[in-house]
Structures are given as structure tokens and as C-alpha cells.
Design a protein around this ligand. Structure first.
Ligand SMILES: Nc1nc2c(c(=O)[nH]1)N[C@H]1C(S)=C(S)[C@@H](COP(=O)(O)O)O[C@H]1N2
Ligand SMILES: [Mo]
Length: 209
């Protein structure tokens, strides 16, 4: 069961905070209103789906020339990327220099070939979480991660595979990802319909809508 109380509390926070002014600018690398943490907190809806690698798959649907479903083995055979990126959570913590290994979203696009009409994507997860992104933002910043600091991504952090973004707030990275749908319109996701910003730029402190 998803944690309704937790979701309602965050929804209330979004409503009350949306009119308050952004906090003062921090250090160069730290977006305004953020503080650095060395640990890696866990945030979810109250459930952490248990998806063994053998049962995991990633479906690519919607406006693409070649819809696909990747099994774990097929996913691991795709060109792999290693990136070092910062992670900014809207709840005000940032974690610097995460070593990610995974498949870049643009690699998936090279294979499935989005139609010219596709302007946005929605990432959907095994816990029924969704989050939306403009196609150009995803092409620039979305990585589908299976390894963190040389270790398989843990279940609590969204393993076997999750989305990770570094230029926008971390809720735009879907943990336990199972599907990416290409759309001709923008379709707000779980938090985007509950008072959170659609654009989510931490440097502009776009926390709430
Ligand atoms: N499937 C799913 N993905 C999710 C979430 C979630 O509840 N379910 N929470 C989001 C939020 S609000 C944040 S801040 C990050 C947290 O990732 P972490 O728990 O690994 O720190 O995951 C995002 N992706
Ligand atoms: Mo979050």
C-alpha cells in the first residue's frame, strides 16, 4: 500500500510553500536553499517494490518507430555510460559526485527512434509512480542507472534500474523504472499533479507549482 499520509503531508507542504520566497543563494555548486549531505537518504511512497533482475524489464512505448521491451540481459548489452553527477532532492539535500553506471536515455532513443510528434516522455515505475520530462531535457540529462559507487543499485534506491537526473530535482528520476512512454503532449506525473513544479530547476528553486 502506498503511504497516503506521507503523500498528503507533502502535498500540503507544496501548497503552503509555493508562495514563500526562495532562500538565499548558497555556495557555487550548491543550488539555493540546499545543503550538502554525505549519506544518501531514501525517499519513496511507502513501498519499495522487490523486482529481481530476471523479472525486471523496460518497455518503450508510444510515439516511436520501434517499440521495444528490454530484458535485464538486453539492457546490459546496450552501450554503457559512466557519469559522475550531483543529486539534488527537493527536500533540500544535495549529494555531490555520485558515480553512476547505466544506459543513457539518448542511447535508447537511437534504437527506438522517437517520431517527430513526440515532445515529452512519462517514466512509470513498479510502485505506480510516474514522472514526466520534456524530450530535450531527457536527451540531455536522463541516465538509466543500475550501478552506484561500483555496487549494484540497492532496492531501496530503486534497483535494479532507476532514472537519474542531475540538472533538475531528483523526483524527476523514477526509481524501479518499468516503462518510458513517448507522448505528443506534456502529461504531469505523480508529484507534478500534487503541487510540485513541472520544470523543477534547482538553480531557479522551482520546487512548487
Ligand atoms: N518509483 C519511484 N521513484 C521515485 C520516488 C518514488 O516514490 N517512487 N520518489 C522520488 C523522489 S521524491 C526522490 S527525492 C528520489 C529519491 O531517490 P532516493 O530515495 O534514492 O534518494 O526518487 C524519486 N523517484
Ligand atoms: Mo523528493
Amino acid at each position: 500500500m502506498i503511504n497516503k499520509k506521507l503523500i498528503e503531508a507533502k502535498e500540503r507542504l507544496a501548497k503552503t510553500a509555493r508562495n514563500s520566497s526562495p532562500a538565499a543563494t548558497g555556495k557555487d555548486r550548491l543550488p539555493p536553499g540546499q545543503h550538502e549531505v554525505k549519506n544518501w537518504p531514501v525517499l519513496d511512497l511507502g513501498i519499495q517494490p522487490d523486482i529481481p533482475k530476471e523479472k525486471w524489464s523496460l518497455t518503450i512505448s508510444g510515439l516511436v518507430a520501434n517499440p521495444r521491451q528490454f530484458t535485464w540481459d538486453e539492457f546490459m548489452e546496450l552501450p554503457q555510460a559512466e557519469l559522475v553527477r550531483d543529486f539534488h532532492c527537493v527536500t533540500t539535500w544535495s549529494r555531490f559526485d555520485n558515480h553512476w553506471r547505466g544506459v543513457e536515455f539518448k542511447t535508447i532513443c537511437d534504437i527506438v527512434k522517437p517520431s517527430p510528434q513526440a515532445t515529452h516522455i512519462v517514466c512509470a515505475s513498479y510502485d505506480d509512480y510516474t514522472t514526466n520530462l520534456p524530450l530535450n531535457v531527457a536527451l540531455d540529462d536522463l541516465l538509466l542507472v543500475h550501478t552506484w559507487e561500483g555496487q549494484p543499485l540497492s532496492r531501496e534506491h530503486g534497483g535494479p534500474v532507476r532514472g537519474v537526473v542531475s540538472k533538475i530535482y531528483a523526483w524527476k528520476g523514477a526509481k524501479w523504472i518499468k516503462e518510458i512512454e513517448f507522448l505528443p503532449v506534456d502529461q504531469p506525473g505523480f508529484w507534478e499533479v500534487r503541487g510540485y513544479s513541472n520544470t523543477a530547476d534547482p538553480w531557479k528553486e522551482e520546487r512548487y507549482s
